[in-house]
Design a protein. Sequence first.
Length: 322
Amino acid sequence: MAKYTVMNLKQPIVMISAVSPNRCNYLLGKGFKILDLFNNIYIFKLYQVVLDVGCGTGILSMFAAKAGAKKVLGVDQSEILYQAMDIIRLNKLEDTIILIKGKIEEVRLPVEKVDVIISEWMGYFLLFESMLDSVLYAKNKYLAKGGSVYPDICTISLVAVSDVNKHADRIAFWDDVYGFNMSCMKKAVIPEAVVEVLDSKTLISDPCNIKHIDCHTTSVSDLEFSSDFTLKITKTSLCTAVAGYFDIYFEKNCHNRVMFSTGPQSTKTHWKQTIFLLEKPFSVKAGESLKGKITVHKNKKDPRSLIVALTLNNSTQTYGLQ
């Protein structure tokens, strides 16, 4: 198994994304040493032109420039780009970094090909409100033969959860609201996936990988998928939910491979975990295998949101992430 350097979480780095200019993407509070991404300095010295898709404040563009890239193109459609221009000038990198306002699908770059594409495109559950479609567009149109996309490997995993109190607060609560039966409200509450930080003590299974994405080879159509999964139960308890999270890897041409996880047993991140509450919890025993199926597709009314269908214990529930 390949060895990876897990990003340490010491230096607070704030990054503003193009998806939401007021959202701090990467890690809130503790942050992580983002410079770990650029420990493979020879990659940026070797290549001539780097494209930063959804560059936000320009933090990745500046790290690429400092790591040795000869020219960096930062593209973002949000108003934050104007602040990025000031930031670039303050750091005297305007001769290396060119900022372009607009969608990558619509702008015209001053070069035909780039050698490296970097982007902080990840959303909740990896794919919610993500910019991966735009990154793949940029890859197909601008990446030179033999070029690289970073991060390049992403995985999505599921894990079983037992949290009776949280389930009672959100679901069972409706059975008796000040003496009134409002259980019909469950149908309105259940379909919304919950994004929050899980207590690792509530995990009752080993994780199971349901999706592997290689940004060098994947296509937009691959981002809608179905996957059978098996969760090995580690604790006899009541299964109240299934939670999803993602891991990110930097592999291609990296002498020092780097990864970070948004899982419940890792340092807390802005992405937290995505929780799919079960309408009817059921008992599970340690050692048994819980089989299920998950289907993920884009919402036709809003392609940046997701519809998730989860089949478990002979029951299928559909959730929205929007």
